[in-house]
Design a binder for this molecule. Structure first.
Ligand code: SF4
Ligand code: SF4
Length: 362
């Protein structure tokens, strides 16, 4: 099966934006001086009575098991692709499990790349299920058609794994434009396989969630309820597919989406849109407050977006703690950290807010 390919990774092209420092510099160089707080996220928080962004109870243990993916979507914030070799080792997965046992997190959210391509993926899922955790697999759908993955829908069903599938749109042109030719047809095939083993029919242990994101420089998070109705109708009528819920997320100005924004001349307007749409009601529910994010090499982050910008979680300043790693995980130290923010964070606070679980504010 040929992999649908919209582009190649920034790293393979040796693009300047393969450097996370260059990405941060580009975001900081945008002139937002005419906007509230000059488009500074920290000042905006302070203006809204948040002197610092502090963690709440840890609920979500998110593990990014690598950057390897069978696709190379244009908007990817991970810069994932078939050329990326970074994959979490079994030793680091075991360190994640040992750390998980020290927390009260109820959910393990496994992401990538295409997490299923990590050779230790099934081991990780099984170990989390044994521990009674709710497990989420962030699935790009097309990976389920690979010959070695064909049994996965049934395998997931037996373990009650929630499958959160990215699908930019319920219509073919919009999806293929962002993810590559042929993606839509393959995604429909994969969704039918999930439906066939009981996913997407209201059973909480066969939960099928779709995740959409805009293919342009607009916000989607404000319209989730309306979109869900349209998607349910469109997929049922045209493809006889059912699913449980739709979450709509904003594209973050990071990595390949940042490149697209810059090259298409949309960067200034998109950042203005995000800053102007800042909604203080989203702050308490930001996912960085209740999540730990672990990278393929065991470094710790406040969220997957900070991970992609190499903004590592900071240990409390009063402690002699060199860097936060899953290999020397200390839940108390992690709980005392101050969350690192930057201009990209406006992607999470715009409109009704955006997180890996969808909108934040009601
Ligand atoms: S957006 Fe998802 S499916 Fe697409 S390249 Fe990135 S990780 Fe892979
Ligand atoms: S990108 Fe979003 S989730 Fe991550 S630190 Fe910023 S506000 Fe929090």
């Amino acid at each position: 099966m040929p992999s649908p390919t919209a582009t190649v990774s920034l790293q393979q092209r040796q693009s300047k934006l393969a450097s996370t420092k260059q990405q941060i510099n580009l975001l900081e160089s945008i002139d937002l001086s005419h906007l509230p707080e000059q488009g500074d996220f920290e000042s905006t928080l302070k203006q809204n009575a948040w002197q610092t962004l502090t963690p709440a109870n840890l609920e979500i243990f998110q593990i990014n098991v690598g950057k390897l993916c069978n696709m190379t979507c244009r908007h990817c914030h991970v810069d994932a692709g078939p050329d990326r070799k970074e994959n979490m080792s079994r030793a680091t997965i075991d360190a994640c499990l040992a750390a998980l046992d020290q927390t009260e997190a109820h959910t393990v959210d496994i992401t990538g790349g295409a997490p299923e391509l990590n050779p230790h993926f099934r081991y990780l899922v099984d170990q989390c299920v044994i521990r009674g955790k709710h497990v989420i697999d962030r699935c790009n759908l097309t990976v389920l058609l690979l010959p070695t993955m064909e049994d996965l829908p049934e395998w997931f069903a037996k373990r009650g794994v929630e499958v959160v599938c990215s699908l930019p749109h319920f219509r073919q042109p919009n999806t293929d434009q962002q993810r590559g030719d042929g993606t839509f047809e393959q995604s429909i095939n994969a969704l039918q396989r999930l439906n066939a083993v009981g996913y997407g029919q209201g059973n909480p242990s066969r939960k099928l969630t779709l995740m959409s994101n805009p293919s342009d420089a607009t916000l989607s998070c404000n319209q989730a309820a309306v979109l869900e109705k349209m998607w349910k109708q469109g997929l049922l009528e045209n493809h006889n597919i059912t699913f449980d819920r739709l979450i709509a997320i904003n594209n973050m100005p990071i990595s390949r989406h940042l490149e697209w924004l810059e090259q298409s001349g949309n960067l200034q307007a998109y950042m203005e849109l995000l800053v102007n749409a800042f909604n203080p009601d989203t702050i308490a529910g930001l996912m960085c407050r209740n999540t730990i994010s672990v990278s393929w090499d065991g470094r710790l982050f406040d969220c997957d977006f900070n991970q992609m910008l190499d903004l590592e979680a900071q240990s409390p300043p009063h402690q002699d703690y060199p860097s936060l790693s899953i290999h020397n995980f200390d839940p108390h130290s992690f709980a005392q950290r101050q969350i690192r923010t930057g201009r990209h964070c406006f992607g999470c606070t715009a409109g009704k807010g955006s997180s890996c679980s969808g909108a934040i504010a009601t």
